[in-house]
Design a protein around this ligand. Structure first.
Ligand SMILES: [Zn+2]
Ligand SMILES: [Zn+2]
Length: 601
C-alpha cells in the first residue's frame, strides 16, 4: 500500500492523478513509478482506457476511493466509449481494464474507428485558471479528452492543444498539466465560428453527460429499433422498414451546418465519411463511434415529432386476465402497412397483442384481438374445470366464441364446448361396453324414399299441360326444357334425373320444339297479325317483323302462299310423328337419349 496518494479533483482523469502522484513524490524514474503503482515496470500510461487497475487499486487502497469499478467509472473514458455497446462488451472491457488490457482497443472497436484518439492532451485555459485558484495546481480533465468535445463543456471556449503529444512523452510516463505544457499561446483545436458554436457546445455537453450518466445498455437490434421508432416519429421513414435516406441526409446536414466540418471524420469529399449516417439507422451489427450516436440523438431530439395516427403512448393493455388491464402500460407500438392501411400492433409485456388500423380517411379503427399470451392456458383450464359455458368463458376472456375455440385448439386444450348456438357442452359419450364389443351403430335419420314411378307419371302430365299453356301464349314462346323446368319450379332438375323418369323423358321428346319449328310457328303468327288489317303483308314486312334474313325467303313465301291458298291464317297444329318428334328434341334431350343408349348397350 502506498503511503501517499493524491486525492482526485472533480472530473480528473486517472492519468492526471497518476501524473500528479509522480510529481508529488518526485519519482525519479518512470519505470520506478510504474512499479510503485502497478507492480510492473512495463505498464503503458494510457489516457482513455487504462489497464492493470486491480493492481493499482490494491496499491492505492479502496479506502482512498480507489475501488477498481469506481476508477473505471469515474476516472477513465470507459463510460463514453462503451455507452452504446452491449452489456457483454461492457463487461469484457471492464474485466480487461482490471487486468492486462490486451487487445482492449480492438475489442471495443476503437481501433477500427477512423476517428482517431486525440494526439495530445487538451485543456481549457479558463478551467486552468479556476483549477489553480481552487486547488493550487492544474490537472487534466476527463471530458476535455473526448473526440467529440472541441469546446469546454463548462466555459464554451475552444479547447487548446497542449504540448504533451503522446508520442513524445514515452509510453511509460505520466505528465501532469502545467503552465509549461499548457501554454497561453497554444493553438485552439478550432477557430471560432459562431454558426457552429451552438451545436459544438451542445455536443460537448452531451459527450460529458455520457461520462457522468451513461445510458442503459442495449444490444444492437434494440438500438436499431429505438432509432427506427424515433425516425418514424419525426417523419423520416418511407415505410416501417425503410429510412428516407435522402431526406434524412439533407435535413441532418442542414441542421448542423458548418459544425460538421469541424468534427473529426464526419464528412469527406463524398459526403458522410464511410456512409456512417445511413449505416447508423440501418441494422446495427457492430459498434459505431459515440460521436455518431450523439450527433444522431441531438438531431432527433430537436426535430418536431409528426403526430402519430395512433396517438402518443403508452397505450392501454386489453388483457382481461392481467391486473394492469386498462392501464397504459404498452410502451412500444409497431407499425406496418396492409392494403393501403397503416396497422398499429400493440404488444404488451404480458403477451397480449391487439391491432388497430388507420384507413386512407385517417380514421383509427377499433381494436382487434391478435394474441393472448401465456395467461390464457391456465385460465382456460380453470373455466373448463368450473363447468363454465362457452358464452360465459368468451365474455370473461373478451373473445368471441369462435376465437376462443380456435385458441383452445391451438393450445391443444380439450374443451367440452361446440359452436352450436347454445354453446352448451356436448352430450357425454356413452359408457364403454364392458365386454369390449363395438358400440351400437348410431341411428341415422332416413328421409322418406322417393316414389320415382309416381313422380314420373305426375311430372309427364304436368309437362304436357305446361307445354299446351306455352303454345297458347302470344307472342309465341319456344317450348324448351329450360322454360318447362322454370315453370314447374324444377330448374336444372328433370334432365339430370332422366334415367329415373322414362315417361317424363318420352313426354319431353313429344313436346319440345326445336328452333326451326319455333321459327316457323312464330312467323305464321306474325303473318296472321299483319293480315289482321285486311291486307296480306309483303315478304319484307314479314322478314323485318320476324327478325329473319333473306336466306329465309323460301320459308316466308311458303307460309304466305299457305295463308293465301288455304285462306285460313291460323296456327297449324304441331308436327307429329316419328321424324318430327326426333327433330323436336332439344339438345339436352338428345344427349340423354345418347347416354341411355350407351347404358343399354
Ligand atoms: Zn473550461
Ligand atoms: Zn398486458
Amino acid at each position: 500500500m502506498l503511503g501517499y496518494f493524491p486525492k482526485p479533483y472533480p472530473g480528473e482523469l486517472l492519468y492526471s492523478v497518476l501524473a500528479r502522484f509522480c510529481r508529488h513524490v518526485a519519482s525519479g524514474s518512470s519505470k520506478g513509478a510504474m512499479r510503485d503503482l502497478f507492480g510492473h515496470a512495463t505498464v503503458s500510461s494510457t489516457v482513455d482506457l487504462p489497464s492493470h487497475l486491480q493492481a493499482l487499486s490494491d496499491r492505492v487502497g479502496e479506502a482512498r476511493g480507489f475501488a477498481p469499478d469506481r476508477i473505471i467509472q469515474l476516472m477513465t473514458l470507459f463510460p463514453y466509449y462503451t455507452a452504446f455497446e452491449p452489456e457483454s462488451v461492457r463487461n469484457w472491457v471492464r474485466r480487461s481494464m482490471l487486468g492486462a488490457g490486451e487487445r482492449l482497443h480492438v475489442r471495443t472497436g476503437l481501433a477500427a474507428f477512423r476517428i482517431s484518439r486525440p494526439r495530445a492532451l487538451l485543456f481549457c485555459p479558463e478551467c486552468l485558471l479556476d483549477m489553480k485558484g481552487l486547488y493550487g495546481e492544474p490537472y487534466w480533465r476527463r471530458d476535455h479528452q473526448l473526440p467529440s468535445v472541441l469546446l469546454c463543456p463548462e466555459h464554451g471556449v475552444p479547447l487548446r492543444q497542449s504540448d504533451l503529444a503522446f508520442h513524445s512523452t514515452g509510453r511509460h510516463a505520466f505528465m501532469p498539466a502545467s503552465d509549461y505544457v499548457c501554454r497561453n499561446d497554444s493553438e485552439p483545436v478550432m477557430n471560432v465560428d459562431s454558426d457552429a458554436l451552438v451545436h459544438l457546445q451542445r455536443l460537448a455537453i452531451s459527450s460529458a453527460d455520457l461520462l457522468e450518466a451513461p445510458p442503459d445498455t442495449r444490444d444492437f437490434p434494440e438500438l436499431t429499433e429505438v432509432y427506427r421508432s424515433r425516425m418514424a416519429r419525426v417523419g423520416l421513414m418511407r415505410s416501417p422498414e425503410k429510412v428516407d435516406q435522402q431526406k434524412f441526409a439533407a435535413e441532418f446536414r442542414s441542421y448542423f451546418g458548418s459544425a460538421l466540418d469541424h468534427l473529426p471524420h464526419v464528412l469527406n469529399d463524398q459526403g458522410f465519411a464511410g456512409g456512417w449516417l445511413a449505416a447508423i439507422v440501418r441494422n446495427h451489427r457492430k459498434a459505431t463511434h459515440p460521436l455518431y450516436h450523439l450527433l444522431l440523438r441531438i438531431f432527433l431530439d430537436d426535430r418536431a415529432e409528426v403526430p402519430s395516427p395512433f396517438g402518443t403512448g403508452p397505450w392501454p393493455c386489453r388483457n382481461p386476465l392481467a391486473d394492469h388491464c386498462g392501464f397504459a402500460v404498452i410502451e412500444r407500438l409497431k407499425q406496418h402497412r396492409n392494403r393501403g392501411r397503416v396497422v398499429g400492433v400493440y404488444s404488451c409485456t404480458c403477451g397480449y397483442t391487439y391491432i388497430r388500423a388507420v384507413g386512407p380517411d385517417g380514421v383509427l379503427g377499433p381494436p382487434r384481438y391478435q394474441k393472448f399470451g401465456p395467461l390464457l392456458a391456465p385460465e382456460l383450464r380453470r373455466v373448463v374445470g368450473a363447468g363454465c359455458s362457452l358464452r360465459q368463458a368468451s365474455r370473461d376472456l373478451g373473445l368471441d366464441p369462435k376465437t376462443l375455440m380456435r385458441e383452445a385448439a391451438s393450445l391443444r386444450l380439450p374443451v367440452p364446448w361446440t359452436l352450436r348456438p347454445s354453446g352448451q357442452p356436448r352430450c357425454p359419450d356413452p359408457p364403454e361396453r364392458p365386454n369390449g364389443s363395438s358400440a351400437p351403430r348410431r341411428e341415422t335419420k332416413h328421409l322418406p324414399r322417393t316414389d320415382w314411378p309416381a313422380l314420373d307419371k305426375d311430372l309427364s302430365q304436368r309437362i304436357k299441360a305446361q307445354a299446351e299453356v306455352i303454345r297458347a301464349e302470344t307472342p309465341p314462346l319456344r317450348v324448351s326444357v329450360a322454360e318447362l323446368e322454370r315453370r314447374l319450379g324444377l330448374r336444372n332438375w328433370i334432365v339430370k334425373r332422366g334415367r329415373l323418369l322414362p315417361l317424363t323423358m318420352h313426354q319431353l321428346e313429344q313436346t319440345l320444339e326445336d328452333r326451326s319449328s319455333y321459327r316457323e310457328r312464330r312467323t305464321r303468327w306474325i303473318i296472321r297479325s299483319l293480315a289482321e288489317s285486311g291486307t296480306m303483308p309483303a315478304r319484307w314486312q314479314v322478314m323485318r317483323q320476324a327478325g329473319l334474313t333473306s336466306a329465309e325467303f323460301v320459308l316466308i313465301d311458303r307460309l304466305l302462299s299457305e295463308a293465301l291458298t288455304e285462306n285460313s291464317i291460323g296456327e297449324r297444329p304441331p308436327a307429329r310423328g316419328k321424324d318430327a318428334t326426333t327433330a323436336a328434341c332439344s339438345n339436352k334431350c338428345n344427349k340423354y337419349i345418347k347416354t341411355k343408349q350407351l347404358y343399354s348397350n
